[in-house]
Design a protein around this ligand. Sequence first.
Ligand SMILES: Cc1cc2nc3c(=O)[nH]c(=O)nc-3n(C[C@H](O)[C@H](O)[C@H](O)COP(=O)(O)OP(=O)(O)OC[C@H]3O[C@@H](n4cnc5c(N)ncnc54)[C@H](O)[C@@H]3O)c2cc1C
Ligand code: FES
Ligand code: FES
Length: 467
Amino acid sequence: MNGNPVTLDFCEHGTPDPQITVLKYLRDHRKMTGTKEGCGTGDCGSCMVALAQKNTEGYTVLYAVNSCLMLLGMLDGKHLITIEGIAKNGKLHPVQEALLHRKGTQCGFCTPGVAMSSFAAYESGRKFTPESIKEILSGNLCRCTGYESIREALIDLNKTAQSLTEPNIELPPALPGEFFWEGSMGPYIKPQTVSSLLEYKRKYPGYPIVSGASDFSVKNILEEPARRPLIDSSDLEELKHIQTEEGCIKIGAGSSVEAFKNELVPLYPAAEEYLLSFASLPVRIKASIGGSLAGASSVGDIMPLLLALNAQLELRTSGGNRTVSCKAFNTGYHAHLLEPYEIIYAVRIPLPSKTTKFFAHKQSRRKDMDISTLTFCMGFEVVNGTIYHASTGFGGMAPTPVSSGELEDFLNGRSFSEDTFARASALIPQLFSTISDVRGSADYRITIASHLLVSCFLETQGRNNDG
Ligand SMILES: Cc1cc2nc3c(=O)[nH]c(=O)nc-3n(C[C@H](O)[C@H](O)[C@H](O)COP(=O)(O)OP(=O)(O)OC[C@H]3O[C@@H](n4cnc5c(N)ncnc54)[C@H](O)[C@@H]3O)c2cc1C
Ligand code: FES
Ligand code: FES
């Protein structure tokens, strides 16, 4: 941490369990209170720290991460940098200098988090443009709304920006073997291979596997259970493997939403804006695809996209594997067909053809960092003016993300025209009986979903999937 090796001996009295969050470790156990606690649920960014680790290609990467969403045990083999560690030899870091010079702080509560998000970007050699700043600070909320001066400070940083391909940060060695610790919070198990993870899952089907911990940490802060047994899969490279095979791209379920975005967008550019509206950059870097699917939320953004892409899931147990269509995966409200000892291993997405068209839209009350009210995604082929292979994905319109077979049957074989989509749009009120909640009334959802079918035609007219 901050250039100094830290060894934790969990057998030693007073060492906290590895299940606690990095935020709690810093503030309560190390008295490093520069990292602030705001929401505790990944929404405000006041707890932001920077983390260096190896990526799947073996390069060192540095990124900002919400310390309230990361578990202490996940720090093994990584270099943690906190706000206390960025000034060197009594000299402020250029990010701190710039924020000071431009008066980019008012009450100061968000400032350490803003500085750490900016530090991770600066030390990774990112340029600061109005667009990149928006993304870099997408997880930082300034309640004093001092964004203009913060933005000016970051633009100033371009004067001293370094062009780097890899940050120059030393990494400690990771534990050489498996880690199994049972403390007061219950077992924390960190297997070294997927087959070992599946063995643990067979022995302890009730223990959740934890990947990005974004869901796990939020549940733990809201529910505060005494025991939090878990199997940590966050460092299993095999679960992050991405490859192209048999007309598909296969993406490991442990891949982050950001890695998923970076693979998918070159194939399906229409998914870019949709995926950029998923949480914030720091959350996307940690949250995994498998975690999103296993959460089975009716307003989760990943499943509607996969339904429209006609994707399949590879599921594994210690005894074997099976492949299921995403369309068959969810079985009800927060329910799916995963057995307790089974994991999502990978997602298979068909590659697009020259005639593929794709549309994806997330409707939420705020543009950034908001849960969707509803989502609509659709993939289809247009050959000689006729629609084929329509595949739909709706979120927020039923207890679980769904495809509409009726809508797909209506569209397939019809002409690709505004009239066809207007008629399809008129079917929506008959096809869905949705609910009203704090995010929108049933009427609102039906109206927006109907309009989105027409938007789908207007946006895909004259352009194929590749733009
Ligand atoms: C601030 C914030 C903003 C968010 N914004 C959005 C948003 O805009 N859109 C959206 O859709 N979601 C959003 N989410 C929810 C987010 O999708 C999930 O939190 C995340 O994707 C879960 O992934 P994870 O790796 O962090 O899961 P974890 O917390 O690690 O695990 C969650 C659950 O999934 C299970 N699990 C994980 N991996 C697997 C696997 N491979 N096989 C079987 N089970 C598995 C675990 O056992 C656990 O029960 C947000 C969350 C936060 C905290
Ligand atoms: S405390 Fe708000 S994001 Fe962590
Ligand atoms: S300066 Fe007060 S919250 Fe940002």
